[in-house]
Design a binder for this molecule. Structure first.
Ligand code: IPE
Ligand code: IPE
Ligand code: MG
Length: 249
């Protein structure tokens, strides 16, 4: 692991039995700030700092893919000042923090519908993706203006277009075909989905991909999510029995 990336705490976790792909619904920034009498945006800024810590821990924990939910297709319903503040945080974060993460060997990609994002942000996202194309240490996927239903609808639209063009025979369409049209087509399905902040719902995150994922719903608010809390989730995952509809051997 590159030296300047802060290493996760020393008591050893066996990465062999850990998940390859962890997806996180980073929830609770607003409540974290409000609990201290501060503005919600303060919580978003603090929450953004945790991303770097968690990405840094992935190599030690054997996590190859990390997917994080940063902004949902429903989050536009928030006040204009919160949305504007979040968008400027994303721009700043990609320009500064993410560049540093990228220089350590992390590949960064984005999923979600970019059409509604501003041109400056879209450009920064594309540049970061291009810059990190050859990196392999950790595959970080950031879900930005992402919704599971929106993703499936866009995939079906593209698929229908290809059928109309004669590129695909309708009778051959199956699960694998549809998977190829999803934003996540380059990713394995998540093994573990973690949601912070005590809410036990998935809020439109990776609906198709998480069909057989294990879930961890934890009370910790996202700005308090440390490498140790992350490790505890991975350890509980390691004790689970995944059957995929089969029977225990
Ligand atoms: C998650 O924190 C970040 C985003 C959804 C952008 P919230 O902003 O949802 O925080 P709570 O749930 O209101 O505490
Ligand atoms: C889910 O959190 C979206 C992100 C973490 C980006 P929300 O705070 O938007 O979800 P709900 O509204 O509580 O379901
Ligand atoms: Mg929330």
């Amino acid at each position: 692991m590159p030296q300047s990336m802060e290493s996760a705490s020393s008591d050893v976790f066996n990465p062999e039995i850990g998940p390859d792909h962890v997806a996180i619904i980073m929830d609770g920034n607003g409540r974290w700030a409000q609990n201290q009498g501060k503005a919600r945006l303060f919580g978003h800024h603090e929450g953004a700092k945790r991303v770097k810590d968690i990405v840094s821990a992935c190599p030690d924990f054997g996590v190859k893919h990390l997917t994080i939910f940063a902004f949902s297709t429903e989050n536009w319903k928030r006040t204009q000042s919160e949305v504007t503040g979040l968008m400027s945080l994303f721009r700043r974060y990609i320009r500064n923090e993410m560049r540093e993460v990228a220089s350590k060997g992390v590949r960064v990609r984005f999923i979600g519908d970019r059409n509604r994002l501003d041109a400056k942000l879209i450009k920064l996202m594309a540049e970061l993706e291009a810059e990190t194309r050859e990196n392999t240490l950790v595959h970080l996927t950031i879900a930005l203006n992402y919704g599971g239903r929106d993703e499936v609808a866009r995939a079906v639209k593209d698929l229908a277009h290809d059928v109309k063009q004669g590129k695909i025979e309708p009778s051959t369409v199956d699960e694998v075909t549809l998977t190829r049209y999803l934003d996540t087509n380059i990713l394995p399905d998540p093994d573990l989905v973690i949601r912070t902040s005590g809410e036990a719902r998935i809020s439109n995150f990776l609906l198709w991909q998480s069909a057989y994922s294990e879930y961890e719903f934890i009370d910790t608010l996202w700005p308090d999510f440390t490498q140790d809390v992350f490790k505890e989730c991975l350890m509980r995952y390691a004790g689970r029995d995944r059957r995929f509809g089969g029977v225990k051997k």
